[in-house]
Design a protein around this ligand. Structure first.
Ligand SMILES: [Zn+2]
Ligand SMILES: [Zn+2]
Length: 450
């Protein structure tokens, strides 16, 4: 029987006061969906809500509870209905009774009973872990200094020496800095009558230093050194990882007795995406197992859980719940275990990434020289695809990783998951960045770019 016919049968039974008959029809209708219907499929939502009202009236708390999460989906449908100004459903007392019945069970359903309830997205934002107002104010990046007339950086690495010498000339002033590579060194300021004299002095000094074996390091190399971060790509093999191993898809390690994580928004089980064993990774992930779950029902960007679970010696296999792996719109691929990491390669920042500017701010003269010559523009491209460490590939609009809720520092990129390119991740357009604070490994953050 067609779904709309089933709904009609249920509606008719309902209108005749045959509540059991209506409930049976609605039950069939709901069961005919393998995933929550699209918002526009109003009929099934109406059925869910009427069924909820029926269970509430007959005191079947168990059945009501089972329906509760679907009511939340129905709530979304109702906001759609409201938008298209179809009042019929909202004026149906059984629909409203159904909502009222589950409002106590599912907080999200309560929203519909409040006029002008915040849209789900806005509600999610309220729950963001780090409200900016509570963070220490972010240190403002100073303006880029005036471009130097001359910037020279030389190094001597020979036997036991490892020294640098730098000259920065602006007009008649020359600041030289020198010392062991890796230290700030010491500075001297010399003032000349005019910039020609200053320029001559710097050139003479460069000649003298190169005569002693120093080599000039060009700006793009200095920019690369200041900005490049190591990145690794996963080596994947089809098949299941060991329970506490690194894997994309497959099954996570869930401690015996612990529940499979569920979505805070809709209550359904989350889809498992990634598990990384800190010990197997070439970068310090802060210990334990990093796990990422997404809600395929609410949408990967709407609800995600990224967490660190302690890795304990365990003979227990991971909990495997086939149903949970095929959550909503996230169709998992066959599990791929991560057997190693290729790299490191130098990764360079995406154009306009303010974190790159932040990284340069510690060396204002170098920053000014790089800025004046656009020396950071030809470093290459930010690596796409799945990777560990490196810089976020921002795709269309450059964003920023969140700040640490404890100290306010910007999160660094731990993992980039490029859903559109990966051969292991579920097919979905979007790139996710897992980040954390170097000083505070937890909480992890998840940021999307699409
Ligand atoms: Zn959800
Ligand atoms: Zn921190």
């Amino acid at each position: 029987m067609r779904r709309d016919t089933v709904e009609q049968v249920g509606g008719l039974a309902y209108a005749r006061g045959n509540r059991a008959g209506a409930a049976a029809a609605y039950q069939r209708l709901i069961a005919s969906y393998t995933r929550p219907p699209a918002d526009t499929e109003v009929g099934v939502h109406r059925a869910v809500l009427r069924l909820a009202a029926h269970h509430a009236a007959s005191g079947d708390a168990e059945a009501l509870r089972a329906l509760a999460t679907q009511v939340v989906t129905a709530y979304r449908a109702i906001t759609t209905i409201r938008r298209v100004e179809e009042r019929a459903t909202l004026e149906d007392p059984a629909v409203m009774a159904g909502l009222a019945a589950v409002a106590e069970l599912v907080p999200a359903a309560r929203k519909v009973l409040v006029p002008d309830a915040p849209k789900p997205k806005a509600a999610l934002k309220e729950k963001a872990p780090a409200p900016a107002a509570q963070l220490p104010p972010e240190e403002q990046l100073p303006e880029v200094d005036e471009a130097p007339d001359q910037f020279a950086h030389l190094e001597l690495v020979e036997g036991s020496s490892s020294k640098f010498w730098r000259a920065v000339q602006r007009g008649g002033e020359v600041r030289t800095t020198f010392g062991r590579i890796g230290t700030r060194g010491q500075s001297k300021l010399k003032t000349f009558d005019d910039s020609d004299d200053a320029d001559d002095h710097v050139r003479a000094m460069i000649d003298e230093k190169t005569g002693k074996g120093y080599e000039q390091i060009d700006l793009s190399e200095l920019a690369r050194r200041a900005l490049a971060r190591p990145t690794w790509t996963p080596v994947l093999e089809p098949g299941d990882a060991e329970a506490t191993g690194s894997t994309i898809g497959g099954a996570p390690w869930i401690e015996a007795g612990a529940a499979w994580p569920t979505c805070d928004e809709c209550g359904r089980t989350l889809g498992f995406i990634l598990q990384l064993a800190s010990a197997d990774c070439p970068v310090d992930l802060g210990g334990g197992l990093i796990q990422l779950f997404l809600c395929g029902w609410c949408g990967p960007e709407a609800y995600a859980l990224v967490r660190v679970v302690p890795k304990r010696p365990s003979t227990e296999r991971a909990v495997r719940e086939a149903g949970a792996l095929a959550a909503g719109s996230l169709t998992p691929r066959a599990p791929m275990r991560i057997t190693g990491w290729d790299g490191p390669e130098d990764d360079v920042p995406y154009g306009g990434d303010e974190d790159a500017d932040r990284a340069l701010a510690a060396d204002p003269d170098l920053r000014a020289a790089i800025d004046a010559e656009d020396a950071a523009d030809d470093l290459g491209t930010t690596a796409q695809g799945d990777k560990l460490g490196g810089w976020p590939y921002w795709h269309e609009s450059v964003g920023a990783l969140p700040r640490c809720p404890i100290c306010g520092a910007r999160h660094r990129l731990l993992v980039q998951l490029d859903f559109g390119r990966s051969r292991a991740l579920p097919d979905f357009v979007g790139i996710a960045f897992i980040g954390n604070c170097a000083a505070h490994p937890e909480p992890l953050s998840l940021t999307w770019t699409t």
